[in-house]
Design a protein. Structure first.
Length: 506
């Protein structure tokens, strides 16, 4: 199994091509070996001149170790254990070796040449044998959007018998001016994707690996859903999690990604390796961004400075609240400790200046139980939260938020179920997310919100979020609750209960 990386120095560059050795953290004057779980990875330099430098990663796969690592379900004698392409074709074995041997380069770090590590340089990557059942067109489709010029040559099944035709293996050459770290991350993610298989069990931590390696490019890739599904071995729960996190990081519409398993289903008779979704002619507007913008606008209009993000998840809204200095005290609350830990990492709370970090507090707690720590705030946000609560527990959430915490302003957003018919890949009755307990129509949401307002002394108005559909409204609906003064509650209650069309900008 072989990968070569060639760097050619531009004519006007002051640095020699041998600086590739600094970027890879491997000395061109030495041959180095690194033990891997299934063999040994060797790094050597067939060519190292000031004009051009080539680094080669050669992975020798030990067939005995490969057999020992087989799945428990494999029969004691299986021909596939001994006769397979793993020692020769670029796959997840090479991807793992690449991540281990070039770990620092993959992260874009180089103490000796920091500027060069941040610079796009002329590169050529060559792989003699890459499994790709979709053929050369799939390889071009996956790598071209990343800035590569792709030369993909099908390999014959047997050169001695041309009539047998081509195999599903390619000789792949990628040329382009790309940062070395980006080039390595493209290979790290996309080699197992093209192969369509991994040599190890895909666990939940693979989502973190994908998000890290795909940072800066995967979220914008036109076939991101197909890439994510293949990288995560089609494990539906992991795919949904990864796409939701990409939606927050790269501002991709999460409602469209929720149904990835249905959208990206393989049609019977179609080549499994082919991406199921054609690239859109232009990017869809981001509902996630529109939702957060509407929430921030409502908070500013209310004059809120001390804000609760209830059901904060992994911190998408917290990040924008923290970036806005008008919010002086921000509290994120979630029942999931794991989500809070991810939020803390993404917000880099441990690296922020103390005066900035002091504005943010993360609390573990359930929104269906009263919590004295949440009292006294100007505003609370429940953004895409209530639909994850079992309907019988909504009364408990109401008591904890509206009666106990009782901030001056409460913002609640939730999907509008009516527009689901516009999602071609949602079957009738399906929800946009697998964890939704319900999805309401506009009338159902408004009836619930008005009843809550009456019982707890709030006025309420409604805001539509997203591009409106002339028949079914916008994809997200928001209720803005404003607490009334004690001596005005009765009058406001009558107004809210009767009809609250004034101010409804749906």
């Amino acid at each position: 199994m072989l990968l070569t990386i060639t760097c050619t120095r531009p004519e006007d560059a002051a640095w020699p091509a041998t600086d590739l050795g600094f970027l890879l953290h491997k000395n061109p004057g030495r041959v180095q070996a690194f033990e891997q779980s299934y063999g040994t990875a060797h790094v050597l330099y067939p060519e190292a001149t000031e004009r051009r430098c080539t680094a080669a990663l050669v992975l020798e796969v030990d067939p005995i170790r490969l057999v020992r690592g087989r799945a428990r379900s494999t029969p004691d004698f299986s021909l596939g254990q001994y006769v397979n392409d793993r020692p020769y074709a670029a796959s997840s074995l090479l991807s793992v070796a690449l991540g281990a041997v070039f770990r620092t380069a993959l992260r874009g770090r180089c103490e000796h040449r920091p500027e060069l590590a941040r610079t796009a340089v002329p590169l050529r990557l060559e792989l003699p044998s890459v499994p790709c059942k979709g053929g050369a067109e799939i390889a071009r489709r996956i790598f071209t959007p990343l800035g590569w010029t792709v030369t993909a040559t099908p390999l014959p099944l047997d050169p001695a018998f041309p009539a047998w035709g081509d195999s599903h293996y390619l000789r792949l050459e990628l040329t382009g001016t790309v940062r070395l770290a980006d080039a390595l991350s493209h290979l790290y993610v996309l080699l197992p994707v093209l192969d369509g298989a991994k040599h190890y069990w895909v666990a939940a931590d693979e989502v973190d690996k994908l998000i890290r390696a795909g940072a800066g490019w995967l979220g914008d890739h036109p076939d991101r859903a197909w890439i994510t599904r293949r990288y995560l071995a089609r494990r539906q729960s992991l795919v949904r999690t990864a796409l939701a996190r990409l939606a927050d990081i790269d501002e991709v519409d999460p409602e469209r990604l929720d149904a990835v398993e249905e959208v990206d289903a393989v049609v019977e008779g179609e080549d499994e390796a082919a991406p199921g979704i054609p690239a859109p002619s232009e990017p869809a507007p981001s509902l996630a961004v529109a939702r957060r913008t509407a929430v921030l606008d409502a908070l500013h209009a209310a004059g809120a400075r001390r804000v609760l993000d209830l059901g904060c998840g992994e911190g998408a809204l917290l990040r924008e609240l923290l970036a806005d200095t008008s919010f002086t005290d921000i509290v994120g609350v979630d029942v999931s400790v794991r989500a809070l830990n991810i939020a803390a990492r993404r917000l880099r709370l441990d690296r922020l200046p103390e005066r900035v970090a002091q504005r943010m507090t993360l609390l573990q707690g359930s929104l269906t139980y009263t919590d004295a720590r949440l009292a006294g705030y100007d505003a609370a946000v429940l953004m895409e939260v209530i639909e994850h609560v079992d309907p019988p527990r909504l009364g408990a959430l109401e008591r904890a938020v509206f009666a106990s915490a009782a901030p001056a302003t409460i913002l609640v957003t939730t999907p509008n179920a009516e527009i689901n018919v516009r999602f071609e890949d949602l079957a009738p009755g399906d929800f946009r997310h697998h964890d939704h307990r319900f999805e309401w129509t506009r009338t159902q949401f408004e009836d619930w919100a008005r009843a809550v307002a009456i019982r707890n002394g709030y006025a309420v108005r409604f805001v539509a979020i997203g591009v409106p559909d002339p028949e079914f409204g916008s994809a997200t609906q928001m209720a803005v609750f404003t607490r009334t003064a004690a001596d005005e509650r009765s009058a406001e209650t009558d107004h809210v209960g009767a009809d609250n069309t004034e101010g409804d900008d749906r």
